[in-house]
Design a protein around this ligand. Sequence first.
Ligand SMILES: [Zn+2]
Length: 434
Amino acid sequence: VSVPEPTVSPAGTGTQLPALDSERLRSTLEEAAQIGRWRSPGVQRLALSDADRQMRDTFCAWCQDSGLEVRIDRVGNVFARRPGAGDEAAEPVMVGSHLDTQVAGGRYDGVLGVLAALEVVRWLEDYGVQTARPVEVVSWCNEEGARFRPPMLGSAVFAGGLSLEAALEELDDDGRRFGDELERIGYAGTARVPGPPPHAYFELHIEQDDLLERAGRDLGIVTSAYSARGMAVRLRGRTGHAGSTPMERRQDALVGAAEVIAGLDALGRQGGTRTRATATRLDAWPNRAGIIAGEALITLDYRHADNSGLNRMTQEVERLITDASARRGLEWSAEAVWEFGSGITFDPNLARLARDNAQRMGVEWLEMTSAAGHDAYWLATVAPTLILFVPCVGGVTHNEHEEIEFDRVLRGANVLAATVLEAAGHELKPLEER
Ligand SMILES: [Zn+2]
């Protein structure tokens, strides 16, 4: 039985190119998975850590070896450019994602999108394909927000959604400043921010749920996004002796926090598949044995498939906090710490291009809504943008056991290649003339 070789066939004149170099992509991913290795098979590459620096250095070396010109902007985003045949000032087609990870990070979240983009330009180089526009591989800084808030910080600054000054002043838990850490690892670049919007932006990312897997499809074309809000809630009670203070006289901030946390979880469950709600972090003070907690700081993260739903959730979250505080004799204050996804639209023309390519290449796709935040959200505010999802096993993510079926992911990456090629403009000859 002979299985036809997979090909990449962009729309147009029946042109076909051999597929991406699967072994090269696989080995590049494996090499990256060794950097910041943690709780095998996972990785931990917090933004601006030594592991992040090592990953960036390796990535930049790969880009330079492929003849790309590397540029770094003032907030630490890295761009690697392959020039186009046309006007040097033409806006590039940008493709990428992020190289940082969560504390319990996996081997694919983010890095897959950056290295698939690198594979696309290596593949253009392999076949001497001349695109009209430049193609740029990009790695956005501090996407996860696991060390510095907010998440998607680098792309937010690039798109003008957050000021450079505010970003540089962000502190981590140990009081280290974002700007100092960026200098320390050698990635405080000089390219200006906000950056010039690209002609188009593409991001390939693992789905981080199991809808593709269950539907038996290999590609998700993201057409909408959940609206998400992050909120820091401070509950203030009164410290007291854990033994001698009578129960009815306690103003226990931790008990109030527990009620808010459980109530938020219940709120998330009420909305079925359209809502998500979690308290992701709890800090208590003084957090010592023998003493009733006088203060608790909770970070809430809640999301809704549509924006009006998110606003309703906000009202319910506030009621939850008010009620718990009243029952426990606490004062409270709340501050929004991030918001993303509201009113985001992805480009219908790029989506159609990807659909047509998938169709032609025999890749089954599904239209999807993204519940996770991505750098593409910020890019979508300044340029035509498309996110492509590829399946991850069991939807396990932000976890060291993140896993993919490589062959399925490769199909999505080949659709990415075809779609990038078209968006960048090319003069490929039809097969019969080659
Ligand atoms: Zn990610």
